[in-house]
Design a protein around this ligand. Structure first.
Ligand SMILES: Cc1cc2nc3c(=O)[nH]c(=O)nc-3n(C[C@H](O)[C@H](O)[C@H](O)COP(=O)(O)OP(=O)(O)OC[C@H]3O[C@@H](n4cnc5c(N)ncnc54)[C@H](O)[C@@H]3O)c2cc1C
Length: 417
């Protein structure tokens, strides 16, 4: 029984071990030549692949321990964001922001810089205050800004290179409600107005099918829990599934199918506890590349990529997703040079994506973009060193923490070893 990631594009022969105690985890790590930790396997890049041992810590015992000031909590690193945010809600607490879905483990999401949308809101990695880490020597140690500070700085966005996180101290905010609004707007309007909307609203993003001039705009606004509930809707994927299945057989129909589909009504409204409104169901498998662009270059980059797809009538069947993320100071975070516009390009998992992503990547790179570490990219070691001034320090901490490369796999070796 091997392992494969969510999209099916990465697999490994290694069996996944699920230790039930930290002692069991330590003896597995000590006994293995190579080890990779896995969360929900939602990364598109081969981050969790291993020819030897893959460990999933979801069965480790643990509980949420809220700090006295209620601004953070120590939580089990392997819990899914879904389980964690439900438990936090019961404590009257929440994460300040979330991504599109919630099956990811907190450790996995932080390890890759997973983010939502919001000009003033950083990725989940920015919410880490400390980690309990099981290292390559099988010993556990704590790291935070005051204790093992270099290890902590590297571990904030770690790609799982420094050990297995078993507990995380995560920054929290008081629980809040959100109202979601989904509506259709014209690309010409969105192109002009997005930056202004993003400054005015806590969360705004849009979805853009490259062959249509209509765009789906999603806004999340904090709201009063006592407001009357709206009709509950989420984006329904039924019509989209039909379109994809036709496009997979007859790719040349993609432009026409997208324009026809976008003629339908899009008008969704939901309201509820924030953690239940952030995530959507993703029932259709796709492959994804995402580049974090300097914020000011975001819209122009998207227009160029979409222009190239239209000119060549390319069968890019999924919409682009466009979000705003705040700057941070994390060593290998793509957000550490300033605020970004995150542009995600997707393709139906049953259709070819490599060639399309490679050409689009050249455009993203030309405009100064840096990739999301969990999503498709073709960076090598020289690119990492050129793009990240702190890569040398990251590498030095990695060599000290893991001198024999226990937590490396071929992909990570090509980037960091
Ligand atoms: C449908 C879908 C929607 C998505 N939506 C978003 C989104 O809105 N925003 C966004 O930014 N990204 C998004 N992603 C990407 C996703 O958030 C990242 O790939 C994230 O890393 C997945 O978490 P995971 O638990 O599945 O981690 P995995 O993919 O299992 O692992 C990711 C990394 O974390 C490491 N890791 C896992 N557990 C541990 C641990 N205990 N200790 C140390 N290291 C560990 C792994 O070794 C690996 O390097 C999405 C992906 C999918 C498939």
């Amino acid at each position: 029984m091997g392992w494969s990631n969510w999209s099916g594009s990465v697999s490994a022969p290694a069996a996944v071990m699920r230790p039930r105690s930290e002692d069991e985890l330590a003896s597995l790590v000590r006994g293995a030549g190579k080890v990779r930790a896995v969360g929900a396997g939602h990364s598109f890049m081969p981050l969790c692949e291993s020819g030897d041992l893959i460990v999933d810590i979801v069965d480790l015992p643990g509980a949420v321990r809220v700090a006295a000031d209620r601004r953070s909590a120590r939580v089990p690193a392997g819990w899914s964001i879904k389980r964690l945010t439900a438990a936090l809600w019961d404590e009257g607490l929440a994460l300040a922001n979330q991504g599109d879905v919630n099956p990811q483990s907190l450790a996995g999401a932080m390890a890759t810089g997973t983010h939502g949308t919001g000009v003033d809101l950083g990725s989940l990695s920015t919410m880490a205050r400390g980690f309990r880490l099981l290292g390559a020597d099988g010993e556990t140690r704590w790291c935070d800004a005051a204790t093992n500070a270099d290890l902590f700085e590297a571990q904030r966005l770690s790609l799982g290179l420094f050990g297995i996180a078993t507990e995380i101290d995560v920054a929290l905010v008081p629980a809040y409600h959100l109202a979601e609004r989904i509506e259709k707007r014209r690309w010409a309007e969105v192109r002009e107005a997005y930056d202004e909307w993003a400054r005015a609203q806590r969360h705004v993003e849009f979805w853009f099918f490259p062959h249509s001039d209509d765009v789906i705009v999603k806004t999340l606004t904090p709201c009063d829990p006592c407001d009357p509930p709206p009709t509950t809707t989420d984006m329904d994927e039924t019509a989209f599934r039909r379109v994809l299945d036709i496009a997979a057989r007859l790719p040349f129909l993609t432009p026409w199918l997208q324009r026809a589909m976008m003629k339908t009504r899009f008008d969704g409204r939901r309201r509820g506890p924030a953690h239940s409104i952030f995530p959507s169901d993703r029932t259709l498998r796709f492959e994804e590349m995402e580049y974090e662009m300097p914020r000011a270059a975001g819209i122009e980059t998207l227009a160029e990529v979409v222009g190239w797809i239209r000119r060549k009538r390319l069968p890019v069947t999924f919409p682009f997703e466009y979000r705003a993320v705040a700057a941070d100071d994390i060593w290998i975070s793509p957000m550490n040079a300033g605020p970004v516009a995150a542009i995600s390009m997707h393709q139906y998992a049953k259709m070819p994506w490599r060639g399309l992503f490679a050409e689009a990547e050249a455009i993203f790179r030309a405009y100064g973009g840096r990739p999301h570490w969990a999503k498709r990219h073709t960076l090598g070691r020289a690119d990492v060193e050129a793009l990240y001034p702190m890569a040398g320090r990251f590498g030095a901490v990695r060599r000290a923490a893991d001198p024999h490369g226990k937590f490396l796999n071929p992909h990570l070796e090509s980037l960091f070893a």
